[in-house]
Design a protein around this ligand. Structure first.
Ligand SMILES: Nc1nc2c(c(=O)[nH]1)N[C@H]1C(S)=C(S)[C@@H](COP(=O)(O)O)O[C@H]1N2
Ligand SMILES: [Mo]
Length: 407
C-alpha cells in the first residue's frame, strides 16, 4: 500500500512537473513581437533576442525605404539593455549629464541640455552592425544570426564633439590616441564601452536627433556619440562619459568581441581563417570593427519575386566608410562572368548609402542577379563572402545574389 501510494504520488508529481514544463515551454514559445518589446517599432521586425533586445529589419521592409530608414523600421542591437528606454519616442534631456575627461587638459561636465545652445551639425550615415550578414558565413559563426537587415541609413543631428571641446576651451593632450566612450550604467549591468582612434574626433557627433525627430530612446536618446563611417558598435548609445585615452579600452566589447583577425600589428583587412576554426584573439593579432567595409544591397527585384519583362529595373544601395566615394556598382546576371555598370544616384564621398539603378533586358524565366560596388580606393566586395570567414562572423560583405523570375 505504502509503496503504491508513493509511486502514485511520484507519478503525479512527475505529471505535474511535465505539465509545468509544457506550460512554461508553451509560454516561452509566445515570443513577444518587436512592437511589444520596443514601443513604436514595426511588429514585423525579427526578434533575434529578447534580452538583451535585438531586432532585425526584414529585408523587404528595409528595401521599401531606400532613401532613409524610419525609426519604426531601424534595427536594434542592445548588448546591455537600458530599462525604461524601450521606445522610439525621445528621452528627456533634463538631468542628463556628460562627463569629458581622461587625457584632456581641462576635464569638464556638461548638462545635455546645454548642447542645444551650441552649433548643430547634421550627418546622414549608414548604421550597420558588424554582425550584419553573419548567417551567410558557413559554417555559421556564434552570435545573433543576422540576415542582411542589421543596417539602416539615418540622419543624425547634434553637436560635434570637437565643437563642444572648443566651447569649453579643452583639448586632448598629445598622449591621447583613442576616444573611449562609456554608456550610462544601470545597477550592476555590465558597462558598455568602446574605443575608436583619435582621428575620429574630426566627425564625432553628439547626436540629439534622428531623422528630424528627438533621438529615439531605444537608439540612444537623449545623447548618442556617433562616428560616421564606423560600424554600429562604436556608436555608443546613452553616452555618459567620453574619455581620451592612450590605449583601447579592455572590456569585452573591445577585446575579444567586435574584432577580426589580422596580420599582427597591422590593420590590414583580414588574416584568412580556416572556416570553423578557432582564433586566439589578442590586441596585437586582431583589429576592432571600426571602419565600415564596401558593401551593396539589391533592393529590387526581391528574392523569389516575379517581375514583368523583358526590361527589368534592378536597383539598390551601396556604401563604404565615406573616406573616398563609391565610384561604381556593377551587376551581373551570368554568375559574374560579365558585368554591367549601374547608374549611381550621386557621386562624391558620403557616409550615407548611395542609391544605384539599371535596366536589364532579360528573357522570360529564372534569373539570378549579383551586385558589386567599388570605391575610389579600389576596394570592392568578394564574390565569395566566405573568404572573410571569422569565428565571430563580423564584417560580411560578400556580393549579394537575388533569384527572381521574369514573366
Ligand atoms: N550603450 C550602448 N550602445 C550601443 C550598444 C549597446 O548595447 N549599448 N550596442 C552597439 C551595437 S553592437 C550596435 S550594432 C549599435 C546598434 O544601434 P541601434 O540599436 O540604435 O540600431 O549600437 C551600439 N551602441
Ligand atoms: Mo552591433
Amino acid at each position: 500500500m505504502e509503496r503504491v501510494n508513493r509511486r502514485t504520488t511520484l507519478k503525479l508529481m512527475g505529471l505535474g512537473a511535465a505539465l509545468l514544463a509544457a506550460g512554461s515551454r508553451g509560454f516561452a514559445q509566445q515570443t513577444p513581437t518587436a512592437d511589444q518589446l520596443v514601443k513604436g517599432k514595426h511588429a514585423k521586425l525579427i526578434v533575434l533576442s529578447q534580452r538583451p533586445i535585438v531586432l532585425e529589419t526584414p529585408f523587404d521592409l528595409l528595401a521599401s525605404q531606400p532613401e532613409r530608414t524610419p525609426k519604426e523600421l531601424l534595427y536594434v542591437r542592445n548588448n546591455v539593455d537600458l530599462p525604461g528606454y524601450n521606445t522610439v519616442e525621445g528621452a528627456g534631456l533634463e538631468g542628463w549629464t556628460l562627463e569629458v575627461g581622461g587625457l584632456v587638459d581641462k576635464p569638464f561636465t556638461v548638462e545635455a541640455k546645454e548642447l542645444l545652445a551650441l552649433p548643430q551639425h547634421e550627418v546622414t550615415m549608414v548604421l550597420q552592425c558588424s554582425g550584419n550578414g553573419r548567417s551567410l558565413y558557413q559554417p555559421r559563426p556564434s552570435g545573433n544570426p543576422w540576415g542582411r537587415g542589421g543596417v539602416g541609413n539615418v540622419t543624425f543631428r547634434g553637436v560635434r564633439l570637437k565643437d563642444l571641446l572648443a566651447a569649453k576651451g579643452a583639448k586632448p593632450t598629445e598622449k591621447a590616441l583613442f576616444i573611449t566612450a562609456h554608456a550610462s550604467r544601470q545597477g550592476n549591468a555590465a558597462e558598455f564601452v568602446r574605443s575608436v582612434p583619435i582621428h575620429a574626433l574630426e566627425e564625432a557627433l553628439l547626436a540629439l536627433s534622428m531623422n528630424g525627430e528627438p533621438l529615439p530612446a531605444v537608439h540612444g536618446g537623449p545623447v548618442r556619440l556617433v562616428f560616421p563611417g564606423y560600424f554600429g558598435v562604436n556608436n555608443v548609445k546613452w553616452v555618459a562619459k567620453v574619455e581620451f585615452t592612450e590605449g583601447e579600452n579592455t572590456t569585452a566589447e573591445q577585446m575579444p568581441r567586435y574584432r577580426v583577425p589580422t596580420i599582427p600589428n597591422t590593420h590590414l583587412p583580414f588574416l584568412p581563417q580556416e572556416p570553423g576554426g578557432r582564433y586566439p584573439y589578442t590586441f596585437a593579432n586582431s583589429r576592432p570593427n571600426w571602419l565600415v567595409n564596401v558593401n551593396s544591397f539589391i533592393f529590387a527585384p526581391l528574392e523569389g519575386q516575379t517581375v514583368e519583362g523583358p526590361y527589368v529595373r534592378v536597383e539598390g544601395v551601396a556604401f563604404n566608410d565615406g573616406i573616398v566615394p563609391i565610384v561604381s556598382v556593377e551587376v551581373s546576371t551570368n554568375g559574374g562572368r560579365t558585368w554591367h555598370q549601374a547608374t549611381l544616384e550621386r557621386t562624391g564621398r558620403s557616409y550615407g548609402w548611395v542609391r544605384w539603378r539599371t535596366t536589364l533586358y532579360l528573357r522570360p524565366g529564372e534569373h539570378q542577379v549579383m551586385a558589386r560596388a567599388w570605391d575610389a580606393a579600389g576596394r570592392s566586395q568578394p564574390l565569395d563572402g566566405n573568404l572573410a570567414w571569422n569565428e565571430r562572423g563580423y564584417e560580411y560583405n560578400g556580393v549579394m545574389r537575388v533569384k527572381f523570375t521574369v514573366a
